[in-house]
Ligand binder design. Structure first.
Ligand SMILES: Cc1cc2nc3c(=O)[nH]c(=O)nc-3n(C[C@H](O)[C@H](O)[C@H](O)COP(=O)(O)O)c2cc1C
Length: 212
């Protein structure tokens, strides 16, 4: 059976549940899935596809970027998908960056305050600003898809410096903005994006034939 790894980084814990939901959806496609924090991943060679998920924490989570860089050569053989959790995103209508298709939670992006002119926060919270470091970390390989979803921000769970950054720079309101429908629907398409669904269907057809 084909094996998929869903691995994640987190600061305050909410990405763990997202990784689990992604894993559940992939399991429905008939694939075997391991959901692990990045720190517990020993190697990725045994996997037929890898999904790396992490929140924006003043840039995409450093540990996740490091993981992509360290496994860059393995990703030439193993298909990769990425998901990004965020609380602030400027509406630009981009559907891809450098040819990589993006799936963006429709509840997340906000239009710029002044049409045609982005302020500092809006430039900071731009899709390409978020995604380009991810693409630089995997180059020359490109993820087959990147999902960008609303996350969860609870000031009570955070150290003071994190609260300050979230309030001043990204100006995000506290709350749980995880859109499970959007997350699960993106995840449900991953087996096909990895070209593993067809193999599963072939395998099923063979089993059906044997059963006749
Ligand atoms: C210190 C800090 C920095 C953050 N930076 C960003 C950011 O640059 N852009 C953004 O959209 N969200 C940002 N967020 C929001 C997080 O990405 C969001 O809350 C995420 O869901 C947290 O995931 P976690 O609970 O797994 O740590 C930041 C949150 C914190 C605490």
């Amino acid at each position: 059976m084909k094996r998929i790894l869903v691995t994640y980084a987190t600061l305050a814990g909410s990405t763990v549940e997202v990784a689990r939901a992604v894993g559940e959806e992939i399991t429905r496609s008939g694939l075997q899935v391991d959901v692990l924090p990045l720190s517990e991943v020993k190697g990725i060679e045994a996997y037929d596809g890898v999904i790396v998920g992490a929140p924006m924490i003043m840039g995409w989570h450093r540990a996740a970027l490091r993981f992509l860089r360290n496994n860059r050569s393995a990703f030439q053989r193993i298909p990769l998908a990425v998901f990004v959790m965020a609380m602030s995103l400027t509406q630009t209508g981009e559907t891809s960056v450098d040819g990589v298709p993006l799936t963006v939670d429709e509840n997340l992006p906000k239009p710029p305050e002044t049409e045609g002119r982005l302020n500092f926060r809006e430039r900071y919270a731009n899709l390409s600003h978020y995604v380009r470091p991810i693409l630089a970390a995997t180059r020359p390989v490109k993820p087959v898809t990147i999902g960008v979803f609303g996350g969860r921000l609870e000031y009570g769970r955070l150290p003071w410096w994190a609260v300050l950054f979230a309030m001043l720079i990204i100006q995000a309101q506290a709350g749980d903005r995880r859109n499970w429908t959007a997350i699960r629907s993106w995840a449900a398409g991953l087996a096909a994006a990895f070209h593993l669904e067809a193999l599963q269907t072939d395998a099923l057809t063979q089993v059906e034939r044997l059963a006749i």
